[in-house]
Design a protein around this ligand. Structure first.
Ligand SMILES: [Zn+2]
Ligand SMILES: [Zn+2]
Length: 336
């Protein structure tokens, strides 16, 4: 079968690999339908930061159908539509025993600690496979993983009825705005350097377009001050400027960037700032599946374009060079 594998930093190839005759005990074989390209795939490609094994079939956001069922697996049938959980957790450590699989002490991610979805087939432990309704569109369902990340980030910053300010309009920013719109009446502010993209997503989500510089005045509004900011960029200059201006509020980090910040903790005391890291997702995956099935036409416009497996290495270069447009690029592997 064909698989797009990361051999080393900056070395991504379309390979032909052998597929075993059947999935192992406790595993399900998926015929992958659609897979999404994520910012963390690009980060790993550029830096090799999460290369725990080489080569590794990339891809942690994907949907498909059940192709084969390994010994001991019950509750699934072939041809059922499914989506994959990305968190390759151990199930044994103290955090896993508390149900906090996303902070598992031995956590890896599908696509890095085990082969992922940029391939025609992938075998996964049954605990990482979730069913969809028969009518669910598998292209939209490939957004389940990043939508769960967005839902978790919104939960972590403990939103109330007041507005949310989302920085960055890539897939996590856009899905956070969409999730907020579908689950609440709160006001949404959205900013991004790419004005065409932010205007497009703001239209879809009923959000207002703003800039990071607006946070200071918005956080001082007497009636509905902005008290919840979600950074999806990981850009340290942006984060630093929010930390300087936000008053009596919460700043959530869900972006992966690089660099560090010079920050005086007294500022957090005096302005009562909460700084919250948001990693992957906890138990938000079923809610993500539910929302995508219920509102699939709302999510469809977030899929910018579709490519084939052999176009993936070239697409990574385009994304790095800033030539990719839209919110989410999907790899169409087997649309039937
Ligand atoms: Zn992702
Ligand atoms: Zn664990």
């Amino acid at each position: 079968m064909h698989a797009v594998r990361l051999h080393d930093a900056r070395d991504l190839r379309l390979d032909t690999v052998d597929l075993s005759s059947a999935p192992q005990a406790g595993e399900i074989r998926l015929r992958v339908a659609f897979a999404g390209i994520c910012g963390s795939d690009i980060h790993n490609f550029k830096t090799g930061r999460w290369l725990s094994r080489k080569p590794s079939t990339a891809g942690h956001e994907f949907s498909g159908i059940v192709e084969a069922i390994g010994p001991g697996v019950t509750g699934f049938e072939t041809r059922e539509k499914v989506v994959a959980d990305s968190r390759d957790y151990c199930g044994q450590c103290a955090k896993c025993r508390m149900g906090k699989h996303h902070v598992c002490e031995n956590l890896g991610f599908v696509g890095e600690s085990r082969d992922g979805g940029f391939a025609e087939f992938v075998d996964l432990p049954v605990r990482l496979v979730f069913k969809c309704e028969p009518s669910a569109p598998l292209d939209v369902m490939a957004l389940a993983e990043p939508l769960a990340v967005a839902l978790h980030a919104l939960a972590k910053i403990r939103l109330d009825d007041g507005p949310v300010f989302i920085i960055g309009c890539g897939s996590i920013g856009a899905l956070s705005a969409m999730a907020s719109m579908l689950t609440s009446d709160r006001k949404i502010f959205l900013c991004d350097q790419n004005l065409a993209r932010v205007n497009y997503v703001a239209d879809l989500c009923g959000a207002r377009v703003a800039s990071v510089a607006d946070i200071q005045s918005l956080s001082k509004k007497p009636d509905t001050p902005v008290a919840h900011v979600l950074d999806t960029t990981g850009n340290v200059a942006v984060i630093q400027s929010v930390l300087k201006t936000l008053t009596h509020g919460t700043l959530g980090f869900v972006g992966i960037g690089s660099g560090s910040i010079d920050f005086d903790p007294v500022q957090a005391v005096e302005r009562e700032l909460s700084i919250v890291g948001c990693h992957a997702f906890a138990d938000e995956f079923p809610q993500a599946i539910y929302l995508l099935q219920k509102y699939s036409p709302r999510f469809q416009p977030l899929i910018a374009h579709r490519i084939k497996l052999d176009e993936v290495p070239m697409e990574f270069e385009k994304i790095i060079n800033g030539q990719a447009t839209g919110v989410k690029t999907l790899i169409e592997i087997d649309a039937n």
